[in-house]
Design a binder for this molecule. Structure first.
Ligand code: DOR
Ligand code: ZN
Length: 360
């Protein structure tokens, strides 16, 4: 529940600084360019471990964290404040001791379950949930959250059904077998997922992306194929989008912010076999603010963006406040990144709220 009321006038909204509970900041040259879009708005971020070489050890996570901190722009006033929260990529053979050690030393915040081959860089993921049962037992005991990419990978299951089938076949079983395990059902895209999380106990919550709140599956094909709207899990029918909007703006602490910002170069998106991912970090909080306003729920934005996530993870709320101003902001058509471009979410659109820095 909200611990205080956000200050709101028709033209200005001040909320506690938000966190991003799911983001891909990549590595190498790409990391240097993209992480600052996240650090500009968010105090903390759960960093996805699906690098080309997945992050499967505490040492790899520490090194990756060092690279992330090294990539922060020292000209930005946020660079000293941003905290990357590291995750461990689960494999069939991962050692529970590595996970427990990394968690108790404060290196890992959570573990990420990618079913093998579900998405980008997930080929080392888990092939059968039974293979990680001893890991899940350890995580339940130490109260370490499990972050779930909830899609089955069976090619015989229609891509639009993969989340619902995952709930039936796998997630229900994990929840039944590990009732004390903290689970974040990530980037949910269906009414089935909303209903499942709502009906569950306090150990299960979900993140919702900006883009799944904005468009449905028809939009991916509106007037032609739109590769920049392609992500996984793929957007579903309108009934599902409406259920996500209702959940995000409901004020329930089970639903909180996770952008799933996932940058790919324009060449890798606009290709015969384009990559999955929406790069929404540049205007993330602006996108959520627009959705919440459309739902007449701006008073619920702070809980969703800045309170329910830390409460679920058992972390303190951020002390700083950010300002959102009702000033139109034009989202650029492209962003120059490395020697190429990335197309941001909402490219060439005008958004009604602008992130305007911090309150003193
Ligand atoms: O669209 C997606 N992109 N979904 C994922 O699960 C992974 C992500 C990426 O890493 O590109
Ligand atoms: Zn993701």
């Amino acid at each position: 529940m909200s611990t205080h009321s956000p200050t709101q006038t028709p033209n200005r909204l001040v909320i506690r600084q938000p966190d991003d509970w799911h983001v891909h900041v990549r590595d190498g040259e790409m990391l240097n360019e993209v992480v600052n879009f996240t650090a500009r708005q968010f105090a903390r971020a759960i960093i996805m471990p699906n690098l080309a070489n997945p992050v499967t050890t505490a040492e790899a996570a520490e090194n990756y964290r060092t690279r992330i901190l090294g990539a922060l722009d020292t000209h930005m006033d946020t660079h000293l404040e941003f905290t990357p929260l590291m995750t461990c990529y689960l494999t069939d053979t991962i050692d529970p001791k590595e996970i427990e050690g990394g968690f108790t030393r404060g290196i890992f915040t959570a573990c990420k379950l990618y079913p093998a081959n579900a998405t980008t860089n997930s080929s080392h993921g888990v092939t059968d949930i039974q293979n990680i049962y001893s890991v899940l037992e350890t995580m339940q005991r130490i109260r370490m959250p499990l972050l779930v990419h909830g899609e089955v990978t069976d090619k015989h299951i229609d891509i639009f059904d993969r989340e619902a089938v995952f709930i039936d076949r796998i997630l229900s079983k994990i929840v039944a077998d590990f009732p004390g395990l903290k689970i974040v059902f990530e980037h949910i895209t269906t009414k089935d997922a909303v209903d499942f999380v709502q009906a569950g106990n306090a150990q299960i919550a979900a993140t919702i992306t900006p883009h799944h709140l904005v468009y449905n599956r028809s939009a991916i094909f509106e007037g032609g194929i739109r590769p920049h709207l392609y992500c996984l899990p793929i957007a579903k029918r309108e009934v599902h989008r409406l259920a996500l909007r209702a959940a995000a703006t409901s004020g329930s602490p089970k639903f909180f912010l996770g952008t799933d910002s996932a940058p790919h170069t324009v060449e890798n998106k606009q290709s015969g076999c384009g990559c999955a991912g929406v790069f929404n970090a540049p205007f993330a909080i602006e996108s959520y603010a627009k959705t919440f306003e459309e739902e007449d729920a701006l008073d619920k934005l702070e809980g969703f963006a800045s309170e329910y996530g830390p409460q679920f993870y058992g972390l303190p709320l951020n002390p700083r406040k950010i300002i959102l101003k009702r000033t139109e902001v034009e989202v650029p058509k492209t962003l120059k990144i490395m020697d190429t471009q990335i197309i941001p979410f909402h490219a060439e659109e005008t958004l009604p709220w602008r992130f305007a820095g911090f309150e003193d």
